[in-house]
Design a protein around this ligand. Structure first.
Ligand code: B12
Ligand code: SF4
Length: 515
């Protein structure tokens, strides 16, 4: 069958700071190709809707599979599906990915028959079976693990048997040089592990994978890295190097193979402090950029996000990260409840520290524990605003003032970040990238003012809303976590490839709300 795999368009963030290779979609496309299908990928982060419609009209795919990792992309995907159904009534249309898995039935409702099914969970595990059923007997699709149709739901999604058996179809991307993060331009995405053993109530990384944590072997990772043209590598793991042994083993295999890349990763402050030597070793291998989720700069804020780490440990982690001599970015969660004074405090604090500070607005997401357990007063249910750049919870300040403060703070931070670079490195790096024909980083910098403006943010809120996020039913009984929360059923300790000491460390630092 001819199968077109589609990644939806960019969100606000992607226009300025980074744009990443759609690794999950490449893995699913590879599984379809292995099963004998002809696969193509279209990434709307770098191509247009006109390109999409042209491809559908000329290539006439028999099936189209959309990737929906981000809730904010739901309306775009539903509208594309409706337009496609009108033009090609016999084409089978399905949606998969992180967010789609949590709101599968609602997506089908919005689509009014234009989407045949949502395939929940890891796409590689069932895509071949789904496509086989589409080719032979469309009525049989409801029997496939993870499938949700308008009339019912199949068995629970299956895990991929062994992550080492997978290889992304990187060759199917049509514009490989468009992916970057900051000065790592171009950058490819690589996976070292999958899942997260912690259980933060505001996060859906663990509910998707049933608190499992699986590793990819150093041999397989080296093979993948060696095949990459890109000098930059974005490690997509939720928390990098949880298990020190794995981090060392990958590093040693990379050193032995003589691979030289520049890496970006994200980790937790307590993991960084626990596994200092691993990060020092990776610095020598080319670790260039690290993202630490600090979330708040006061105990009250940490308590709010129920982070089981003290402020002191967070600052200790920052101190250590500084000794590595790499670029460190930290994330601060902006609460819609903040007043002007609070923004001013953050601006003053951020001006004093050398790190790049990223602001994200506290946004509740379906798929998280807090979505189901906490009373939510949303001021909007417009999917497109659930991108952690807009405020979907009611703001204490009038909305225009909130955005004014937010963007002013972001602008101060961005200016600080740029000035750190300007003298004289930024100009040199930008020049070098432009000479190599890599314009993503420079274009991103130039796009900042056009992308982030109070008028534009407010206009985003004023758009007509065709589809609204569905609120959870009011609770009458306590949360049944297994039934209501997880996409992949938890396998307990056996599902986590970590040693006992690390399991103990996770137990001590997780929120402890679940299995
Ligand atoms: C890497 C990452 C990014 C990368 C880019 C990812 C990309 N281009 O694909 C960057 C840094 C750009 C990013 C940014 C953001 N991210 Co992000 N990101 C992740 C992260 C950590 C891993 C994703 C990943 O690559 N995993 C590895 C691959 C192999 O898995 P995968 O993509 O999920 O694909 C699998 C399945 O989902 C499924 N699948 C995927 N597509 C399809 C398609 C079909 C047809 C099928 C059948 C199956 C299927 O099968 C795949 C293989 O098993 C996830 C957390 C997580 N664990 O999922 C958060 C996550 C997806 N991001 C999140 C958020 C909030 C954001 C931002 C909005 C935050 C911000 N700072 O502004 C931005 C917006 C990005 C944008 N689109 O513009 C949230 C999503 C919340 C939501 N419900 O919408 C997550 C879940 C993190 C979290 N814990 O809350 N992100
Ligand atoms: S440590 Fe917490 S916030 Fe980070 S990915 Fe895991 S569950 Fe999510």
């Amino acid at each position: 069958m001819r199968v077109l795999f589609v990644h939806p368009g960019p969100l606000l963030y992607t226009k300025v700071f980074l744009r990443l290779e759609p690794l999950g979609l490449e893995l699913v496309a590879a599984a379809a190709r292995r099963a004998g299908h002809e696969a193509r990928i279209l990434d709307l982060q770098v191509e247009s809707h006109a390109d999409y419609h042209r491809m559908v009209a000329s290539w006439r795919p028999e099936a189209i599979a959309f990737s929906c990792n981000y809730l904010a992309n739901v309306p775009e995907i539903v509208d594309l599906a409706k337009a496609t159904r009108a033009a090609q009534p016999h084409c089978f249309i399905c949606v998969g990915g992180h967010s789609a898995s949590f709101v599968a039935a609602t997506i089908l409702d919005h689509a009014e028959g234009a989407i045949d099914c949502v395939l929940k969970g890891e796409g590689e595990a069932s895509i071949a079976e789904l496509l086989a059923a589409v080719a032979e007997d469309r009525d049989g699709i409801a029997e496939i693990p993870g499938v949700v149709t308008a009339t019912g739901e199949g068995p629970a999604p299956r895990f991929v048997h062994n992550l080492d058996d997978l290889a992304p179809a990187r060759d199917l991307l049509r514009h490989r040089r468009k992916y970057f993060i900051g000065v790592l331009d171009p950058a490819a995405s690589v996976e070292f592990s999958r899942g997260c053993p912690w259980d933060c109530s505001f996060c859906s990384a663990w509910t998707f994978y049933g608190r499992s944590y699986r590793l990819i072997s150093p041999e397989r990772i080296v093979e993948d890295l060696a095949s990459l043209q890109e000098s930059g590598v974005f490690i997509v793991d939720d928390v990098a190097f949880i298990q020190d042994r794995h981090g060392f083993a990958i590093g040693e295999a990379i050193a032995k193979a003589g691979i030289r890349k520049r890496y970006y990763l994200e980790t937790r402050a307590d993991v960084l402090l626990r596994n200092k030597e691993v990060f020092q070793f990776w610095r020598k291998l080319g670790l260039d950029y690290m993202f630490l989720g600090i979330e708040a700069i006061d105990e009250e804020g940490l308590l709010k996000y129920r982070k089981r780490i003290s402020l002191g440990r967070n600052f200790e982690a920052l101190e250590f990260a500084r000794t590595l001599g790499i670029r460190v970015a930290i994330n601060i969660i902006v609460d819609p409840d903040w007043d002007a004074q609070r923004f001013a405090t953050i601006r003053a604090w951020c001006a004093e520290i050398p790190e790049i500070v990223n602001l994200s607005v506290n946004t509740p997401y379906p798929g998280t524990e807090s979505w189901l357990t906490e009373e939510r007063r949303l001021q909007t249910r417009d999917y497109r605003l659930f991108d952690i750049q807009h405020a979907v919870l009611p703001t204490r300040l009038p909305l225009p003032d909130f955005y004014r403060e937010l963007l002013e703070t972001q602008r101060v931070l961005y200016r600080k970040h740029l000035s750190l670079w300007t003298v004289p490195r930024l100009t040199k790096i930008a020049g070098r990238l432009l000479l190599r024909g890599q314009t993503n980083f420079v274009r991103g910098m130039l796009a900042y003012n056009g992308t982030y403006s109070v008028a534009k943010m407010l206009a985003d809120h004023a758009r007509p809303v065709a589809y609204q996020v569905k609120l959870p039913e009011p609770r009458r009984s306590p949360l049944d976590k297994r039934a209501e929360l997880y996409i992949h059923a938890p396998r307990g300790r056996a599902g986590r490839s970590i040693d006992d000491a690390t399991e103990h460390f996770v137990e001590e630092t997780r929120m402890g709300a679940t299995l």
